[in-house]
Design a protein around this ligand. Structure first.
Ligand code: SF4
Ligand code: SF4
Length: 61
């Protein structure tokens, strides 16, 4: 799954635009990630200009 460091996010919605399964969307003033939809493709990680999205293992290890 991915994590978003919201403090550094510039709300460009680039991650939302590239996500093939709509697992990220702008909700109010922050990007909301829906882990249950995410297919771990990492497209959002590559697309983020602020480099605030990281891929992490599901168990957190
Ligand atoms: S890793 Fe892929 S499926 Fe998951 S939120 Fe990012 S773009 Fe969407
Ligand atoms: S691509 Fe990065 S900076 Fe842009 S909205 Fe997504 S998390 Fe925020």
């Amino acid at each position: 799954m991915i994590t978003i460091k919201h403090e550094g996010c510039i709300l460009c919605v680039g991650c939302s635009a590239v996500c093939p399964v709509n697992a990220i969307e702008l909700k109010g003033t922050r990007m909301e990630h829906y882990a249950e939809k995410c297919i771990d493709c990492a497209l959002c990680v590559k697309a983020c200009p602020a480099n605030v999205i990281k891929m992490v293992k599901k168990d957190g290890v």
